[in-house]
Design a protein around this ligand. Structure first.
Ligand SMILES: [Zn+2]
Length: 363
C-alpha cells in the first residue's frame, strides 16, 4: 500500500494481495479521507470475485487466447457492491457515509444520458475499445459503467432475495455459495452467465435470467433504483450538500454542481472538468476545458458561483458567466432557476429498513 501524492492512485487486484495507492494523508487525516475508504474492501473482495472465481471468457489459458469481458458486471459490479458494503460493515465508513455514496452513485447513473442508447452489457467492451483513454462527453458515450451500475443491479438483486425469502436470505448467501468453494485453493475456477443464474436460483427461485438480462443487456432509460425502494429509501434532491460528494470534491479541489448546472469545476482555476450532456451548462454552449473567469461580473470563486445559483432561483435572472475558451473570451447566459440540487436517500416511512440491515455488521 502506497501513501503518496507523487505516484498515481491505483487499486489493482491480485489473488493473494493487492496493489493500492492512496493520498499521503489517508491515515493521518482520517476524518476527510472516507471517500477513498472502499478501496481495500474492493480489492480484498477481488481475491474471490475475479481472481479465484473468474468469468470464463476472461480466463486465457495462454497469452495467445484473447480475453472478453462479457461478465465484468459480475467481476467488477458485484465487487463494487461488496467493496461498499464491507467498508460500512467493518466500520471503515459510517452508515451515513455509505448511504451518501450510494445516493451519489444512483443519481449519477440515473442522469447518465448515454443510457438512452447504450446498455450496460455493451460497456464491457470498453477495456478493449477505449482502454481508459479520455473521452469527450463521457456521460453520453458511457464508459466502464458495469462497475457502478453493476453495483446498483446487485443491490436490486440483494433486495429482491430479501423480499422473496421473507428476509431470511440475502446476497451474502449467493456470495457464500458462489465464491466459497474449494477453501484455500488458488486454482482459477471459471463461470458463465448460466452458473450465476443457477446459484441465484438455489438461494431463492426466481426468473433471474430475465432479471439480469433486462437490467444488463437492454437499454434502460432509468438507473436500476428498485433496490433503494425495496430497501426502504428513495432518491431525492435537496439544496443540502451530499457529504460524500462534498468531501470528495474538496479532496480533489472540485466544485460539484453536477445535478444543477450540470458541471464539475476545478476550484483552483475555474476550468470545467465535466459538462453533462443536455444540462443547462451544455445548452448554454459550455464544454470541458472552458474556464469560468467571472460570475455576474465578479471574479470567479466557488462561493460566488454557488451564491449566484441560489440567487437565480429567487431573482429568476439568468446567471452570466465570462468564459475563456482557448484564447477567446465570451459571455454566456444560463437561464437556470432550480437552485442547488444534491442527491440524498430519504426514508420511506412504514417500510422495512432493509438498507440499514445490509450496511450493518452481521452478528
Ligand atoms: Zn475492481
Amino acid at each position: 500500500m502506497a501513501l503518496t501524492d507523487e505516484l498515481g492512485r491505483i487499486g489493482l487486484e491480485h489473488h493473494q494481495s493487492s496493489e493500492d495507492s492512496v493520498s499521503e494523508d489517508y491515515f493521518t487525516d482520517w476524518k476527510h479521507s472516507f471517500p477513498q475508504r472502499d478501496l481495500l474492501a474492493h480489492e480484498y473482495t477481488h481475491s474471490w470475485n475475479g481472481k479465484y472465481r473468474r468469468p470464463a471468457d476472461l480466463y486465457g489459458a495462454t497469452f495467445n487466447a484473447p480475453q472478453r469481458g462479457s461478465l465484468l458486471w459480475v467481476y467488477e459490479g458485484q465487487t463494487e457492491f461488496w467493496g461498499n458494503i464491507l467498508a460500512a460493515r467493518s466500520g471503515l465508513v459510517s452508515k451515513e457515509q455509505g448511504f451518501d455514496s450510494l445516493a451519489l452513485m444512483a443519481a449519477t447513473y440515473d442522469a447518465q444520458s448515454g443510457r438512452t442508447w447504450r446498455p450496460v452489457a455493451d460497456t464491457t467492451n470498453d477495456p478493449i475499445i477505449a482502454q481508459r483513454s479520455p473521452l469527450s462527453w463521457r456521460d453520453f458515450q458511457r464508459s466502464e459503467d458495469y462497475y457502478v451500475e453493476g453495483q446498483l443491479v446487485w443491490l436490486d438483486a440483494d433486495m429482491m432475495i430479501r423480499k422473496l425469502s421473507h428476509d431470511t436470505k440475502s446476497l451474502d448467501d449467493f456470495a457464500k455459495a458462489f465464491f466459497g468453494t474449494n477453501d484455500g485453493s488458488i486454482i482459477v475456477s471459471t463461470y458463465t452467465f448460466d452458473d450465476v443464474v443457477l446459484t441465484l436460483n438455489k438461494v431463492v427461485p426466481y426468473d433471474w435470467a430475465r432479471f439480469l438480462h433486462d437490467r444488463i443487456s437492454t437499454v434502460q432509460k432509468r438507473a436500476p433504483l428498485n433496490g433503494l425502494e425495496a430497501g426502504g429509501y428513495k432518491l431525492v434532491y435537496t439544496d443540502k450538500e451530499n457529504a460524500f460528494e462534498a468531501q470528495a470534491g474538496k479532496n480533489y479541489h472540485r466544485l460539484p454542481l453536477r445535478f444543477s448546472l450540470g458541471v464539475i469545476i476545478n476550484q483552483k482555476n475555474g476550468s470545467l472538468g465535466t459538462v453533462a450532456w443536455d444540462s443547462p451548462a451544455y445548452k448554454a454552449g459550455l464544454a470541458i476545458h472552458d474556464v469560468i473567469v467571472a460570475v455576474n461580473g465578479d471574479t470567479f470563486t466557488s462561493e460566488g458561483l454557488v451564491d449566484a445559483v441560489k440567487a437565480a432561483r429567487s431573482d429568476k435572472t439568468p446567471i452570466t458567466l465570462l468564459v475563456k475558451t482557448g484564447s477567446h473570451y465570451h459571455t454566456v447566459s444560463i437561464p437556470y432557476y432550480d437552485g442547488l440540487r444534491y442527491p440524498h436517500l430519504e426514508r420511506i416511512e412504514n417500510t422495512p429498513d432493509r438498507l440499514t440491515t445490509l450496511y450493518s455488521a452481521r452478528h
